[in-house]
Design a protein around this ligand. Structure first.
Ligand SMILES: [Zn+2]
Ligand SMILES: [Zn+2]
Length: 248
């Protein structure tokens, strides 16, 4: 079995609606030039973001045209271990996917700056094992229907780990397997992310083994980067080896 990731799709493209440099029109034109079949236009939101209905209305004219499937997404950070998301309460019907992101460290009492967790581990106030457990619990809770009102897409899973001084290889096998199983049950998609080069081939192999659907995302903030995959392609080919070894 190999991890199946289509490289003619891009599920993570930012625009001037949040911190991207390119307009929706420029992003759509670039995706078409590159011959992509799916493009998910995504911008960052918070609980108090009021522009989501205008954003989905601006995406609507690009839908249903031949050759390119266009989706609308919002990217929201996980706030805490209970999996609360930094997302507007009444999410507009035009949102297809919620990109669930580890932009901060989701601790029990709320989001922490990764630097603070890094220092807490270094000083012994907390342990690496506890941080990993909290992060995996927060992630699994965030993609539950109680927390996420649309199909979740886990964006750049584990990108926060290097920021707190840890590597994905520190995630124990049983915790990774349990997380993969919970993701599979939730129906969430998992992004293999170009910008942050994560998740790792080992993680992707565990997810693929659990039957989790994998998609590619550039996390582009400029239309020239849409659908350009170096780290994603490398991860996918390395994953094939990991899956083979896991099966031995
Ligand atoms: Zn992000
Ligand atoms: Zn993003």
């Amino acid at each position: 079995m190999t991890a199946r990731v289509e490289l003619d799709e891009d599920f993570h493209v930012h625009s001037t609606w949040s911190d991207g440099a390119s307009t929706l029109a420029e992003n759509v034109a670039s995706a078409r030039e590159r011959g992509l079949h799916t493009l998910c236009l995504v911008d960052h939101v918070r609980q108090d973001t009021a522009w989501v209905p205008e954003f989905t209305a601006a995406v609507a004219p690009y839908r249903g045209r031949p050759g390119l499937r266009v989706l609308a997404g919002v990217e929201a950070k996980i706030l805490d271990t209970a999996g609360h998301l930094d997302l507007p309460l009444d999410l507009d019907d035009g949102v297809d996917l919620v990109l669930v992101a580890d932009h901060r460290f989701p601790a029990a009492a709320g989001p922490l700056h990764p630097d603070d967790v890094f220092h807490a581990i270094k000083s012994g106030t907390t342990t690496a094992a506890q941080a990993i457990e909290d992060l995996c619990r927060a992630t699994a809770n965030a993609i539950s229907p109680a927390r996420c009102p649309r199909r979740p897409l886990l964006a750049h899973l584990f990108s926060v780990l290097p920021k707190i001084g840890l590597s994905e290889s520190a995630v124990p096998d049983p915790i990774l397997t349990e997380l993969a199983w919970r993701i599979a049950r939730s129906g969430a998609l998992i992004e293999v992310n170009e910008k942050w080069c994560c998740p790792s081939p080992r993680t992707v192999a565990a997810l693929a083994a659990a039957g989790v659907p994998l998609v590619a995302g550039s996390d582009s903030h400029h239309c020239r980067d849409i659908g350009r995959y170096d780290s994603v392609a490398a991860t996918v080919s390395e994953t094939a080896g990991n899956v083979a070894r896991a099966g031995n």
